[in-house]
Design a protein around this ligand. Structure first.
Ligand code: NAD
Length: 493
């Protein structure tokens, strides 16, 4: 039996993870989890209702007030997070297959971009446990003044479907390092790796109630978390629409802190003096990795007119060679979109590009070759002659669709780059070091890559400008989201 078959056979109907064990929902609503690449039913998860969310938040609160985790010796916490990292490592094959099955991404990407970052995140934040501390501050008068860095309390991590395990970990690992208790809510479409992660947390020795998982829809489970009076902080990754709902919920309830990692329409700017081969390769995977369902997708290719045609010829050649299909097959380059809804959305954008006069160079339709007809596959699509004001140059498509835009001068490139509501990431390709740094300073985005694309490291902060959100995941900066600073004054005389 293949490993994938074994993973599938092990899948039982899932429950909520509350207070260190799997518990049934008090309601009877179930959600089917389906493999988008084949249409195959995988299992069910509960749609947690308000009472379920109350139980999960109460478990997190109890563990927080009992100090079962935050009060533990730091060296022990550090060791547990290291052990958790090792446990994920030991189970990495199972986790990557599970991620591929529920998401439709190729298994190589599930391993490289979900499981490996999860392993590294717990290792990295284990190292922070003993390094989060306050300061003594010289103040006027006869006083000792010092600060304490305290965990913010009960954190809800609300996670999307495109990188389920990676993003759940980006929330969980720094929150645990800071001493918080956590309720995770994965996307209703991709809950399985997060539930498995919760089990591994227990196996590693994290006390009960510190990590909880509630599965369910956004309008039920998600909203219950957003409106909960006893959640101190929401760490959210997802769409701008949901971000607005969460800010509103916070403002109408307990003013819980909210941090937001949202969408993007990221510019990848190519000057003629770049390393052509590297730029083509990165531009290609910048948009077609994870079937384009990436917040940091290089979805706008800004090409200097001197290399425009030649660059696009090479991109189209690669796109025509990309094998689209079975995500579990090691030879596949691109898997299935997450759902029919997402596929239809992408196809709708392709139609809008054609209508607005962009030139379709390749792809542009659903892929129904052989067994691909059972899933939601879209051919890698490239448009040229895209104008900055077109819908396909302004809105996040979240699929394998590239919009190529011509430019002449650096100033024009900057104006186009900054001309959307988003500001998540960006890239500049040139050997001219002065130009590169000038561009890096002028682009309004949370990351600028120079002569590379999609550089990620657990140690380096990630997050947006403008409507791509605020707050940062990863690195030391993420810890600020999960801590409060307390100023203590002692009269010395
Ligand atoms: P989404 O906003 O629809 O859903 C994200 C999560 O929020 C899911 O768990 C969903 O169930 C929940 N949710 C939905 N409505 C809710 C509500 N009213 N209250 C509380 N929770 C609710 O987004 P999606 O479609 O799952 O993901 C795609 C979006 O995520 C894209 O816009 C993409 O750019 C963005 N994204 C951003 C990053 C980043 O780091 N910046 C990373 C990945 C994805």
């Amino acid at each position: 039996m293949s490993v994938a078959e074994a993973v599938k056979q092990k899948l039982k109907p899932q429950n909520l993870f509350i207070n260190g064990r799997f518990e049934e929902s008090v309601g009877n609503q179930k959600i089917n989890v389906v493999n988008p690449a084949t249409g195959e039913f995988l299992t069910t998860v509960p749609d947690a209702n308000i009472a379920d969310v109350d139980r999960a938040v109460a478990a997190a609160r109890k563990s927080f007030e009992k100090k079962s985790w935050r009060g533990m010796d730091p060296s022990r916490k550090e060791k547990i997070l290291w052990d958790l990292s090792a446990l994920i490592d030991r189970n990495k094959e199972e986790l990557s297959i599970l991620e591929s099955l529920e998401n439709g991404k190729i298994v190589r990407e599930a391993m490289g971009a979900d499981v490996e970052p999860a392993i590294d995140s717990f290792r990295y934040y284990a190292g922070w446990v003993r390094k989060i501390y306050g300061e003594t501050i010289p103040v006027d008068g006869n006083f000792l003044n010092y600060t304490l860095r305290e965990p913010v309390g009960v954190v809800a991590g609300i996670v999307p479907w495109n990188y389920p395990l990676q993003i759940a970990t980006w929330k969980l690992a720094p929150a645990l390092a800071a001493g918080c208790s956590v309720v995770l809510k994965p996307s209703e479409m991709t809950p399985l790796t997060t539930l498995r992660l919760a089990e591994l947390c227990m196996e590693a020795g994290i006390p009960e109630g510190v990590v909880n998982v509630v599965t369910g829809y956004g309008h039920s489970t998600g909203e219950a978390l957003g409106r909960h009076m006893d959640v101190d902080k929401i760490s959210f990754t997802g769409s701008v629409r949901t971000a607005r709902a969460l800010l509103k919920a916070s403002s109408e309830t307990n003013l819980k802190r909210v941090s937001l990692e949202l969408g993007g329409k990221s510019p990848n700017i190519i000057f003629p003096d770049c390393n052509r081969e590297a730029a083509i390769n990165r531009a290609f995977w910048g948009i077609f990795a994870n079937k384009g369902e990436i917040c940091s997708a290089a979805s706008r290719l800004l090409l200097h007119e001197d290399i425009h045609d030649e660059f696009l010829d090479a991109m189209v050649k690669k796109a025509n060679q990309l094998k689209v299909g079975d995500p579990l097959d090691k030879g596949t380059g691109m898997g299935s979109q997450i759902s029919q809804v997402q596929m239809d959305r992408i196809l709708g954008y392709i139609e809008s590009g054609k209508r607005e006069g962009a030139k379709l160079l390749c792809g542009g339709e659903r892929d129904t070759e052989a067994s691909n007809a059972k899933g939601f596959f879209v051919k890698p699509t490239i448009f040229s002659e895209v104008k900055p004001e077109m819908k396909i140059a302004q809105e996040e498509i979240f699929g394998p669709v590239l919009s190529a835009i011509r430019f002449r001068t650096p100033e024009e490139a900057i104006a186009i780059a900054n001309g959307t509501i988003y500001g998540l990431v960006s890239a500049v390709w040139t050997r001219d070091i002065q130009l590169a740094h000038r561009m890096a300073a002028d682009i309004k985005a949370g990351s600028v890559w120079i002569n590379t694309y999609n550089g990620f490291d657990t140690a380096s902060p990630f997050g947006g400008y403008k409507q791509s959100g605020f707050g940062r995941d990863l690195g030391q900066y993420a810890l600020e989201q999960y801590t409060n600073v307390k100023s203590v004054w002692v009269a010395l005389g």
